[in-house]
Design a protein around this ligand. Structure first.
Ligand SMILES: [Zn+2]
Length: 500
């Protein structure tokens, strides 16, 4: 059985003014795709383990594109990515038995607001209606009607923070093989919930959202569903179909799928108020941190590069300077011009820097005199997953008791990789800024004296009403008051007459 494999993954924040370009994508063609994913914690990595155990499967890697989170893709750049992917499908479709497509689900281009739906529709057009297409998605994805029309089944992450990438890919691969081996005919039910959510209660191991996930896992474990999940969308991807939604896939049993999806959606809606992020003002967090013995973590969800923010917020830096905070501070910032200045000025020298606002004009640059204590370049490795991150040229600046790691490009901060790669252990500081939606227990919370989820401005603020959505379907909780949830099941595939 010839099984096609491809990937297209990015998550955008519509409120980040820095557009994503073709060049920001890492492209893998043909066997490069499998070579990259083999043995790493990724969906295709997990799928390879399952497919690899079968001697009757011939894997045909098509194309893979993935980029770090940022602003929406330029339209031309998306079209270039799409053309490359579709050419690969065209070149290898002959004799294909099935297609596994690893997606994130929260992409958006300047004009095409449903890129994944476009790719699936066009791939379906090339492959024909008989070839099973199974996709995997991040639970932050925005699963659109068009995506549901042009795939046969899907699997969705069951963890946040995400630690089941491989497992989600493995589940997709096993489901795909069952469709081929047993002739299953999947039916997908979904119920859209008009709510956007954020905050620590989303941690699936400890938070309220975990209950929804356990419902989905129970459906899979008992065999009621072939796959199930509770998607919450990426609240920063302002596209028409942004929402939360329950998804249940059964073997042709629309009633069972619909009932289970309704149950999950109703339970989720009940918890919507608890699934918001309690935030503390930066000023009161600083006041509290002064009293602390041990390290204070300031989680700056509003500039979370992994959620799609620009990473150039200086809001906390400015507040610390204003407040005259006198403890030791470790904080990261994206500022390419400052890195260039540091390199020109030279290691060990003192420079006059203007930090912040290099990408997002909402931040006014902060003037700061600092010594350049380290210059670095080249990739380093995530402690989370072991794969590469590349911040580009990087400078470590020392301004009084402040240690500022200035990168050329945004990198992810949900673990300590950037700090440790530049020789700075966050445990040695009084206050550490972590530009991430949450601080993970194992990396920060377990040893820190306190964690403050601060309400700073930024393109991925957990203060969802501050963002200014203009495109997503309204009314939407918590953007609007008095939102009413009218549960309605949608079943896919649609009857042939309704397929667009
Ligand atoms: Zn996610």
């Amino acid at each position: 059985m010839k099984i096609l494999v491809a990937e297209c993954k990015q998550e955008v924040s519509s409120f980040n003014p820095v557009a994503t370009l073709y060049e920001h994508f890492t492209i893998n063609r043909g066997q490069e795709l499998l070579a990259y994913h083999r043995g790493i914690e990724s969906e295709i990595g997990g799928a390879l383990e399952v497919f690899g155990a079968r001697s009757d499967v011939q894997l045909v890697p098509l194309w893979g594109g993935r980029a770090n989170s940022a602003g929406a893709l330029e339209q031309d750049d998306f079209e270039r990515l799409a053309a490359e992917f579709l050419q690969a499908v065209e070149d290898h479709r002959e004799g294909a038995a099935a297609f596994y497509f690893s997606l994130h689900g929260a992409m958006a281009a300047a004009v095409e607001l449903d890129p994944e739906g476009y790719l699936l529709r066009e791939a379906r057009a090339l492959l024909g209606p008989q070839i099973p297409i199974v996709i995997s998605l991040d639970l932050h994805g925005i699963l659109t009607e068009r995506m549901l029309q042009h795939c046969d089944a899907l699997t969705i992450y069951h963890t946040y923070p995400h630690v089941d990438l491989s497992d989600t890919g493995a589940r997709a691969a096993r489901l795909l093989l069952r469709i081929l081996d047993e002739g299953l005919t999947p039916t997908i039910a979904r119920v859209v919930v008009p709510a956007l959510v954020r905050g620590d209660e989303l941690k699936t191991a400890t938070g309220i959202y975990g209950k929804s996930i356990r419902q989905a896992q129970e459906l899979e474990a008992t065999g009621v569903a072939l796959a199930a999940g509770m998607m919450i969308g990426n609240p920063f991807t302002d596209v028409p179909e942004l929402c939360s939604q329950s998804i249940v896939v059964t073997n042709g049993d629309a009633d069972a799928a619909g009932c289970a999806a309704l149950d999950m959606a109703a339970a989720f809606w009940e918890q919507r108020q608890s699934l918001q992020a309690p935030l503390v003002s930066v000023q009161s967090a600083i006041a509290s941190a002064r009293q602390l013995q041990g390290t204070a973590i300031f989680a700056d969800a509003a500039d979370a590069t992994s959620s799609g923010a620009s990473g150039d917020s200086n809001a906390i830096l400015a507040a610390l300077l204003d407040a005259g905070y006198d403890g030791t501070v470790l904080l990261p910032i994206v500022d390419a011009p400052a890195v260039r200045l540091a390199r020109e000025t030279g290691l060990g020298q003192i420079g006059e820097f203007k930090l912040g606002g290099a990408c997002d004009p909402r931040f006014v640059p902060v003037k700061l005199q600092a010594r350049i204590v380290m210059l670095a370049t080249g990739p380093y490795y995530f402690e989370s997953w072991g794969n590469e991150q590349d911040a580009g040229d990087t400078a470590v600046l020392q301004a009084g008791k402040m240690t500022i790691i200035v990168t050329t490009r945004p990198v992810y901060h949900f673990d300590r990789s950037l700090f440790l790669a530049h020789g700075r252990d966050p445990q040695n500081f009084d206050l550490v800024v972590v530009k991430s939606p949450h601080c993970q227990d194992r990396f920060f919370i377990d040893w820190a004296a306190a964690n403050y989820n601060v309400d700073a401005p930024g393109s991925t603020s957990a203060n969802l009403q501050s963002l200014g959505h203009t495109i997503c379907r309204r009314p939407m909780f918590p953007l609007d008051d008095g939102v009413v949830f009218t549960p309605a099941v949608q079943i896919f595939p649609l009857p042939a007459a309704e397929t667009r």
